[in-house]
Ligand binder design. Structure first.
Ligand code: FES
Ligand SMILES: [Fe+2]
Length: 337
């Protein structure tokens, strides 16, 4: 069932006049634009001799193989074969797999399965809305999707990996309420200590309640939400695309509200966010390079690895072709931050 969800294949701007090879869930695809400018996704393998079509060109809205010039339409059907004489009334039957493909929010999305769970890809929260400022990040992680999802929703690593940049250990115990949802799970933190770093003092200029929730949206999206006041909000949404089972492309959109100072704050938040995610890229690269040296691949999961059991439960179920059962009651976890 993992194939029945939408994944970002690349930013819109990556596909213009030339076709582009991409890998999604270990399948090799070629993306191109048809005559009306809409994107199309086909298997990157010519039906004739297996040539990669990404090396070809777009010709009259079809994709032409660079070897003998067969041309495919967006449905994957071979519609021209230059070696076949014109008077032949019909071409030999040949086609390659075509995939659902749409352009939305500046990205090209694909769904490899034939029964998409959702008709259209999900939307990024508040992207482009008045009063909100946003910026985007792209990172390739040398790690499986599950490690990325866990990392983005994991509080305890922040005081080590991002020490002083984002969080400094407070040694305070915090209550976290965890709840399974119809599409994933959510962890809400209560009475979190205010940090002393610059980013936190900018985010929390006034006293008041801070609300922080971490959300896992199956199969491969995370959303971290900070609300300091109605006009002080910060949302980090990351869509993960499994390139292979060891490589993950992560497309992150950060949307925030900072009163009239939003566009100005971006000058500070954007480089800081790049710096923080680079620390995660490096950490996960080291983790998996090390795991590869060891036979034992098992992990210990503790209660404070709050959302990991939910991520695993969802993904194991979807991998075996079903939805998870038994949501269970909400429960609290005490966690030292
Ligand atoms: S290999 Fe593609 S046309 Fe021959
Ligand atoms: Fe991190």
């Amino acid at each position: 069932m993992l194939t029945d969800y939408w994944y970002i294949a690349c930013p819109s701007a990556s596909v213009r006049r030339h076709p582009l090879a991409v890998q999604v869930l270990s399948r090799n695809l070629v993306l191109f634009r048809t005559e009306d400018g809409r994107p199309a996704a086909l298997e990157d393998r010519c039906a004739h001799r297996g040539m990669p079509l990404a090396g070809g060109r777009v010709n009259h809205g079809g994709l032409q193989c660079p070897y003998h010039g067969w041309c495919y339409d967006k449905s994957g059907k071979a519609v021209r074969m230059p070696a076949v004489p014109r008077h032949e009334s019909c071409l030999p039957d040949a086609s390659i797999a075509a995939f659902k493909c749409v352009e939305q929010d500046g990205y090209i999305w694909v769904c490899l399965g034939s029964n998409p769970v959702h008709e259209l890809p999900p939307a990024f929260p508040h992207l482009g809305e008045q009063g909100w400022t946003s910026f985007r990040m792209y990172n390739r992680f040398e790690a499986p999707v599950e490690s990325c999802l866990e990392n983005f929703l994991d509080c305890p690593h922040a005081t080590f990996v991002h020490r002083h940049w984002f969080r400094t250990p407070s040694h305070r115990e915090v209550r976290c309420s965890v709840r399974a949802l119809d599409d994933g799970a959510v962890a809400q933190y209560f009475d979190e200590p205010r940090e002393k770093s610059l980013v936190w003092s900018l985010l929390t200029p006034a006293r008041g309640d801070m609300q922080h929730t971490d959300r896992y949206i199956a199969p491969s999206t995370t959303r971290v939400d900070y609300r300091f006041a109605e006009d002080r909000r910060y949302i980090v949404t990351s869509f993960c695309t499994a390139v292979t089972d060891k490589l993950t492309d992560v497309y992150t959109v950060i949307t925030f509200r900072y009163g009239i100072w939003g566009p100005l704050m971006r000058l500070y938040f954007e480089p800081l966010s790049h710096r923080i995610i680079a620390q995660d890229v490096s950490t996960l690269q080291q983790q998996h390079a090390n795991l590869a040296k060891h036979e034992d691949q098992s992990f210990r999961i503790i209660e404070q690895d709050v959302l990991l059991p939910h991520i695993r439960r969802w993904r194991r179920s979807l991998e075996s072709g079903s939805l998870p059962t038994g949501k269970g009651e909400p429960y609290d976890v005490q966690i030292v931050i």
